[in-house]
Design a protein around this ligand. Sequence first.
Ligand code: ATP
Length: 244
Amino acid sequence: MKKNNRFIIETKSLTKKYDGKAVLDNLNLAVAEGEIFGFLGHNGAGKTTTVNILTTLLVPTSGSAEICGFDTVKGSMEVKKSIGYLPENVKFYDNLTASENLEYFAKLSGIKNSKEKVTEVLEFIEFTGIEHKKLGEFSKGMRQRIGIAQAIMHEPKVLFLDEPTSGLDPMGIKKLREVILKLNREKRMTIFMNTHLLSEVAKVCTTIGVLNHGKLVYKETLENMLKRFSDEESLEDIYFTIGE
Ligand code: ATP
């Protein structure tokens, strides 16, 4: 995908403290438009806190975060229009069908031409033909794809995914990866993906950032990262070398 040099996601000295303890510590992070950014870190490193601030759900203690040039606090309405978010455990109505769930959400969100939009996103995630099945009948991987359909209905520029492949079977992971790549290529969407699975990141991301105790300890293109750590025994070793 063609990139320009503008940063679509940018944090400056971003700090979040709980009871005086910094969970994010002067985090400076910049993601260029068109990237698939893999945000890695151990449990508790501060990934979800970062995403919660970037998606306007949390207010920083100090420092700032911008999406498409809009401050996540002062410009939260513009930020909300610019982003889609798939949380780790997306909630749906299990007794409604895939299309009913999406239509309900579309109407609540004030999306114009909701029927057409739902048909379009269902086609995008390759749900045509099974859109009238109840949500309760779908696997976790399929529900994650419906979650993506929901998150992209308003055509955001940036999509945040929190541990998107967590708990999925290999087929679910493969299908989800295909959707992520297609969003990036066909819809030119910038993707920000929280994960602790380096093996997953290596298959889909263009750039990797590693967070450790609320600080960015490494940021590199996937290509350069694999060159730098080519002597390492496995991807997991690379992760521990950077992250510790
Ligand atoms: P995980 O992969 O386990 O979700 P993470 O990297 O996403 O980890 P966060 O969920 O951002 O990490 O949490 C970072 C730290 O902040 C953790 O030590 C967590 O216990 C702490 N924390 C998060 N939310 C709060 C809160 N509301 N009050 C106090 N501490 C919190």
